[in-house]
Design a binder for this molecule. Sequence first.
Ligand SMILES: C[S@@+](CC[C@H](N)C(=O)[O-])C[C@H]1O[C@@H](n2cnc3c(N)ncnc32)[C@H](O)[C@@H]1O
Length: 270
Amino acid sequence: VEDDTPQARAVGSEDVSGFYDTVADDYHLAVHQRDWSEVVEEQGERLQAILGTRLAKPPPWRVLDCSCGIGTQAIGLALRDHHVVGTDLSPGAVERARREAALFGVASTFAVADMCRLHLEVEGKFDAVISCGNSLAHLGGNELAAALESISSKLVPNGVALVSIRDYDALGETRPRVPSLPQVHDSPAGRRVIFQIWDWEPDGRSYSMTWIFLREDEGGFGASHVTTRLHAHRRAELAKAAESVGFVAPEWHLAHEEPCFDPVLTALWL
Ligand SMILES: C[S@@+](CC[C@H](N)C(=O)[O-])C[C@H]1O[C@@H](n2cnc3c(N)ncnc32)[C@H](O)[C@@H]1O
């Protein structure tokens, strides 16, 4: 009998949506070292500050988060009274984002959409379109251009695109196998351990990312894993890709303070 659970389908596959469906319930445990609701607040504060340096009109803004995941940035911005629509390729992530938004008490709407096809799948225009938390690393060169073009189609004149991505200028050189410490969580059923393994191509341009889950029960620890492929876009390449679809004045916002944020790129759409 074939096991058709999301987890079984996604194991070892490059199906991005399956990967995020599988990890939707655990995402807040796997990615962030701290309490996820604190991260939501911090992301909202930081993104609002960056957008404020680039948008001429005063807040509140209409914001499309086109790779919202479970809502980390969408909810953070909605808590600051922006009108946020969140979309993502993963139905499981979108469903969790809806649940989280209700728990946070914000009225954002969420839907499934491919960020390369926003012109076909999302209605309306926005002051800002954001794609944060390394989502663009899921896209290869041609898909990256398609996503940036699709993002531009959803912006009003003088709108802003904002993306955040891991620091691949550094990581592509050092090519870590285990990028962060394992996370250990206590639950009534026993301990749960989550960590990542990155297997790099020799050229440092891409890697497969495997999340390993260890779950403790009476018999010991059971393991499961999911894998997907990521592209280590360098900052100069991303800025150039944005300019080649018509964005102007790309700017990098790098944070050196704690908590450490991923580099953020903004670019204007005239
Ligand atoms: C690392 S998660 C980041 C999610 C969220 N922004 C955060 O920081 O918590 C990457 C997200 O990108 C989404 N994604 C990948 N490719 C996509 C595409 N083509 N269209 C829309 N979403 C996509 C995935 O489903 C996943 O939810």
